[in-house]
Design a protein around this ligand. Structure first.
Ligand SMILES: Cc1cc2nc3c(=O)[nH]c(=O)nc-3n(C[C@H](O)[C@H](O)[C@H](O)COP(=O)(O)OP(=O)(O)OC[C@H]3O[C@@H](n4cnc5c(N)ncnc54)[C@H](O)[C@@H]3O)c2cc1C
Length: 441
């Protein structure tokens, strides 16, 4: 009952917010994960044996762990139909990480509680699979912590390869539960529920690892033009070979170029979408792959593009907006400014933060749009001479109207997180803070 009341209060709060209904919809995914979890616990409690001891609660935690781990596999599939319910692929990945970590953490008390109840387990194979799942998932969670990955210098590609084994350990956990849990063997409703959960999770894994790759039909593009800009940035224009992909400004794509480092898929935001379907990308040389692109990419190279993904879209925000771009995070804002129809009637403070004046790429173009659009004010922040942009400065510029403002942030994770915290602390509701950060791990 208290949970039901909390859920109703939560929904009333979400529905009463004066925001675009599409922004309300992104609460549904997370809510559903929790609501189904609560129903599962209720279902298991109804079937509990008398007396129900610590062992029973250990089993419940084990089932919940399997449940959230299966969600983690579903959320890794990049199925576009799920995007609106979570708020874009980046937020799906956030929930993917959350559910994986919670699933692993639930396994710890599960192991402790069921181990202390001797004589319940009947299957050696089942026990072995449980141990395999526990240690495998522990290792995967640990190498996914950004500090650990940094410490052991684990690059993205090998990390991704290791990470893709997650489904095998979740499969071990699912089979372990089916073999060793006496509650499941004694109750048909629990068996069916457990099989549906495990089945959906494992199907999602098989789909992502085998089927999705086979049925993927990336759009064929060719590089029309490559410009090498300051700060090791490439400005790339691509033409569709066949039908162009329908991309909204602000979205991102998975792009692979043919050539020496052939067909590695990397995500890039569109920096421009032209009426003829051609796309502009602004790619900063950051690591091995992007440096190789900067050195070698030329006009005429073939490209494959899949997507689009993401719901980073200023037209979802209200009349007052603040945009904050850091470095190469300017790309989605450029795509918005290159289709300026939605700017009319809006009051926008656009902060473009760069390290040095020479890093302020596209500044002339941005200022030319601002000269035509009376509601757009551009603030260039050169951090080496002016210091970092602060929430206080934004508050001063927006003259106390920040609470009614929608804020759009794009750049490194540390920047988007710090502004999200800072803006929320001065009263900007979370649903009015929209961010895209340029990393998935
Ligand atoms: C949604 C999104 C939009 C982006 N848009 C832009 C953009 O418009 N312009 C731009 O310059 N950069 C953009 N990036 C960042 C860009 O994807 C990375 O800089 C690039 O993939 C780095 O690859 P690397 O091998 O050169 O560097 P590495 O040193 O190997 O990687 C640096 C970081 O980039 C990420 N990364 C690397 N490879 C991949 C991959 N295959 N898939 C996913 N992430 C990877 C990881 O977080 C990694 O830690 C975007 C990233 C994301 C997630």
């Amino acid at each position: 009952m208290p949970l039901l009341i909390a859920a109703v209060v939560y929904w009333v709060q979400v529905m009463r917010q004066p925001i675009d209904p599409r922004l309300k919809r992104r609460h549904v995914g997370g809510f559903l994960i929790m609501a189904i979890g609560v129903v599962l616990v209720g279902l298991w409690v109804r079937q509990r044996p008398e007396p129900s001891n610590g062992w029973f609660w250990g089993e419940v935690l084990g089932v919940l762990a399997v449940y959230v781990l299966c969600w983690s596999l579903v959320l890794a599939t990049r199925v576009r139909v799920l995007e609106p319910w979570f708020g874009g692929l980046d937020r799906m990945y956030l929930w993917h990480r959350r559910t994986a970590v919670v699933g692993f953490l639930l396994l710890v008390p599960h192991v402790f509680l069921v181990r202390t109840a001797a004589g319940q387990s009947v299957s050696q194979i089942g026990n072995g699979l449980g141990v395999l799942a526990l240690f495998g998932l522990a290792a995967l969670v640990i190498v996914s912590l950004s500090r650990v990955a940094h410490l052991i210098r684990l690059a993205y590609e090998p990390w991704l390869l290791i990470h893709r084994t997650t489904g095998l350990f979740v499969a071990a956990a699912v089979v372990h539960g089916a073999l060793v849990d006496p509650l499941l063997r004694a109750s048909a409703p629990l068996q069916v529920t457990y099989l549906i959960i495990g089945g959906i999770g494992l199907l999602a894994y098989v789909y992502q690892e085998l089927v999705a790759r086979l049925i993927a039909r990336p759009g064929a593009y060719v590089v029309r033009q490559v410009e090498r800009l300051a700060g090791e940035t490439l400005d790339v224009t691509l033409d569709a070979v066949t039908a162009p992909i329908a991309v909204r400004p602000g979205q991102f794509l998975f792009v692979s170029f043919g050539g020496a480092d052939a067909w590695q898929r990397h995500p890039f935001s569109v920096a421009g979408v032209a009426a003829d379907g051609s796309l502009r990308l602004s790619i900063r040389a950051l690591g091995d792959y992007t440096r190789a692109l900067y050195a070698r990419l030329e006009a005429g190279a073939a490209a494959r593009i899949s997507g689009p993904y993401g719901l980073f879209d200023y037209t979802l925000g209200g009349a007052r907006q603040v945009w904050i771009a850091a470095g190469s995070g300017v790309a989605p804002f450029l795509s918005w400014l290159r289709q300026p129809a939605g700017l009319a009637g809006r009051s926008i403070d656009f902060y473009y933060s760069v390290r040095t004046q020479a890093d302020a790429l596209y500044l002339d173009e941005i200022q030319a749009v601002a000269a035509r659009e009376p509601g757009l004010r551009v603030h260039l922040i050169v951090t080496t001479t002016q210091g970092r942009l602060t929430v206080e400065q934004i508050q001063r510029d927006t003259i106390g109207r920040l609470i009614d403002t929608h804020v759009f942030l794009c750049g490194p994770l540390a920047m988007t997180e710090s502004f999200t915290r800072g803006l929320h602390a001065v009263g900007v509701p979370r649903d009015q803070i929209h961010s895209e950060h340029f990393a998935f791990r």
